[in-house]
Ligand binder design. Structure first.
Ligand code: SF4
Length: 375
């Protein structure tokens, strides 16, 4: 049986955050029941043939599901073939968690929680449309610890409207003092079809300037380093040995299978994407139709590009020997000029058999990565 990672998508949220363009919906709670039933069928049909190395239940807000539906999901999870040291993460949001749900997750085998805090400041949380306040987060965090969750990630965001550098540093320090095993920190990106996108077009969004945002990223690196976190990806930091193994699968272009609406899979160089509409997903499952809206066999060139885009996100970089083993040609045969160009300006470096960003390069990663497209 082949080893693979599993992503399970739960597309429901209590309300829509103002920056969010993820495939998640509020006001569709009436579809939850039939969605979960369809999801169970998809899991049974597609996943039982694999050994599961990591599971990530994301969304949306998986913990927004009522207890009964989480119980039903547990029944499907229990049928899976899990490797003995499986990493099993569930995304959760403060305001949707309670003792019963956390105990159920523990019982389901979940051994890692990823909590979406985003900002350690009540007025900022309100201004980005989150449903919770800091106090609710703290209560949930403590509860999770008391129930025995020993591996917790906290998600944060920076470059938010009205967020000063001082507020950002304060968020970071307060979160780091809680001593979670992992912290993810992403800068706000304005995406189309979000409330923030519209507000920005109207000129009413007070975003930090670019140099302030760069300073925020620098504070992120230095503060988390001081608290003993190791940066292992552009936006991800962990205590020793607590890197997210599931996300490492994406960044290393290993194989994964996604189930649920909007989920993506990558198996034997084929990329699959399920339909986004919850209604369409349910209907396809119930009429035994294929759920994919896209199925694309990557060309070698596409696999090479993706391997570089994803691999260079890791601070340890891309292993040159692995590139050679995977593609039968060395990395220079594809990228000699590009690599030399960025080594000369000290944005990339070669070290111990790896190609990686320098610390200056990480700041300009989007710009550099664009050059790894093959004509
Ligand atoms: S809780 Fe997460 S998925 Fe849901 S709307 Fe907010 S950011 Fe998006």
């Amino acid at each position: 049986m082949k080893d693979i990672s599993l992503y399970i998508h739960i597309p429901f949220c209590k309300s829509k955050c103002w920056y969010c363009d993820f495939p998640s919906f509020c006001g569709k709670d009436n579809l939850m029941d039939s969605y979960m039933e369809a999801l169970g069928k998809e899991i049974d049909a597609k996943v039982l043939q694999y050994n599961i190395r990591t599971i990530f239940i994301g969304g949306g807000t998986p913990t927004y599901l009522p207890l009964k539906m989480l119980e039903d999901l547990k029944a499907h999870i229990k049928k899976l073939n899990l490797t003995p040291n499986v990493e099993f993460t569930v995304e959760c949001n403060p305001g949707t968690l309670d003792k019963e749900k956390l105990e159920l997750l523990k019982d389901m085998g979940v051994n890692r929680l990823s909590i979406g805090l985003q900002a350690y400041n009540d007025s900022l949380l309100k201004e980005i449309g989150r449903i919770h306040n800091v106090d609710e987060f703290l209560k949930n965090y403590e509860l999770a610890r008391s129930i025995g969750f020993e591996n917790i990630n906290i998600d944060l965001m920076f470059a938010l409207p009205n967020q000063t550098s001082e507020l950002w540093k304060e968020s970071l320090i307060k979160v780091a003092k809680l001593n979670p095993e992992h912290i993810s920190a992403y800068s706000l990106i304005l995406e189309e079809d979000t409330r923030f996108y519209d507000l920005n077009n109207k000129g009413t969004l007070n975003l930090p300037e670019e140099h302030v945002e760069r300073g925020m990223y620098e504070s992120l690196l230095s503060i988390l380093k001081d608290f003993g976190y190791n940066q292992y990806e552009i936006s991800n930091f962990s205590k020793k040995g607590r890197e997210c193994r599931h996300n490492m699968v994406y960044w290393s272009m290993d194989e994964y299978i996604g189930v649920g609406s909007s989920s993506a899979s990558y198996i034997e160089s084929i990329r699959y994407k399920n339909v986004e509409s919850v209604e369409e997903y349910i209907q396809k499952i119930n009429t035994n139709k294929e759920t994919y809206k896209e199925k694309h066999k990557n060309l070698i060139k596409e696999d090479v590009e993706e391997f570089m885009f994803m691999g260079l996100r890791k601070t340890k970089g891309v292993k040159e020997k692995e590139f050679l083993d995977r593609f039968g040609k060395d990395i220079d045969s594809y990228y000699k000029d590009t690599i030399n160009k960025y080594i000369n300006v000290k944005l990339l470096k070669r070290e111990d058999g790896y190609l990686k960003f320098t610390s200056e390069g990480i700041q300009l990663s989007n710009y550099v990565l664009a050059d790894f497209l093959i004509d």
